[in-house]
Design a protein around this ligand. Structure first.
Ligand code: 3PG
Length: 306
């Protein structure tokens, strides 16, 4: 079988080497399409692929139409909002993700941005510390758990809200459970977002929630820019000079932040959460094993489409 790694944002070389080893040991062939610039390159590359590993690359109906032999696509990462799941199902393609494999990298980036902002971008002026501050984890999945561990190490007071996770499982980690989303935002100076982007969560974080945050509020977004209602965010920024926003990828309204709110935001130019050697290896190799196992035994454990 031909397994295509199609990554607009390439994995580090050592991860590709290990993916190749897994693929070849299972008797398959690896094809690479890295750092591609146009969808036409992807359409050409998928034409003879039996399986595909992607990152945030868009797997649309057009891509699937071009992938005549494709049986499985694995998103090497957690969020699969880049996969058109209905189109995968319609094309008889199994779609999977690799949950948890890059979560520590994402949690570390959240803290890197928080520390950078707390120390004023290392500009030489006195900043603030994380110890003793409150942090609210909005969603308590794989990234949320790493966040809690790191936050406790910094001596922060950790809260979480996640209606899909058993309260006892949250409390076991030394984290206080908030009964409502409003309670979380009211209690915490820092709020860090860890939910997927879907129809329910898109634009769900807006003015009414953000206005509940205490003074010197910091919203940290390593989830997806789409979960933010940017009109609401701009409204709170205009009202509250103490409010800060740290985001892994620039919001659509970046120009307004640059014009009016210098010093109150940190944005990465390209999504950086999973950009570590370890995360690339963990997610890429897990994807390769899942594909090899699917071809060998039909294992669909991480399937995300119907
Ligand atoms: C994820 O959902 O796993 C992260 O956002 C990582 O995305 P990336 O592979 O495009 O860096």
């Amino acid at each position: 079988m031909k397994i295509l790694v199609a990554t607009e944002k390439a994995f580090v070389a050592v991860a590709v080497k290990q993916i190749r080893e897994v693929v070849e040991a299972a008797g398959h062939e690896l094809a690479l399409l890295e750092n591609y610039k146009n969808v036409s390159e992807l359409l050409a590359a998928v034409a003879d692929a039996d399986a595909m590993i992607v990152r945030s690359d868009l797997v649309t109906a057009e891509v699937l139409d071009a992938a005549k032999k494709l049986r499985i696509v694995v998103r090497a990462g957690a969020g699969y909002d880049n996969l058109d799941l209905a189109a995968c199902t319609a094309h008889n393609v199994v779609a999977m993700n690799t949950p948890g494999q890059n979560s520590n990298a994402v949690a570390e980036l959240a803290f890197e941005m928080m520390l950078y902002q707390a120390r004023g971008g290392f500009g030489g002026k006195s900043g603030s510390e994380l110890r003793g501050k409150s942090i609210g984890l909005h969603a308590f999945g794989n990234v949320g758990k790493y966040m809690a561990e790191i936050a406790k190490g910094f001596g922060m007071d950790v809260y979480a809200f996640d209606p899909f996770v058993n309260e006892k499982d949250i409390e076991k980690q030394g984290v206080k459970v908030c009964k409502s989303i409003e309670d979380l935002y009211s209690a915490c100076q820092y709020v860090s977002l860890h939910m997927p982007a879907n129809d329910k969560t898109k634009k769900s974080i807006g003015y009414d929630l953000l206005r509940k945050m205490p003074s010197d509020a910091v919203l940290v977004n390593t989830a997806r820019k789409e979960v933010i209602d940017e009109d609401g965010l701009l409204k709170i920024f205009a009202e509250r000079p103490d409010f800060k926003y740290l985001s892994d990828v620039e919001p659509d309204c970046k120009a307004q932040f640059e014009e009016k709110y210098k010093g109150r935001f940190v944005f990465t130019a390209k999504k950086m959460g999973a950009q570590t050697e370890e995360a690339n290896i963990n997610a890429g190799v897990a994807a390769a094993y899942q594909i090899a196992d699917y071809f060998k035994t039909g294992n669909e454990k991480f399937k995300v489409n119907k």
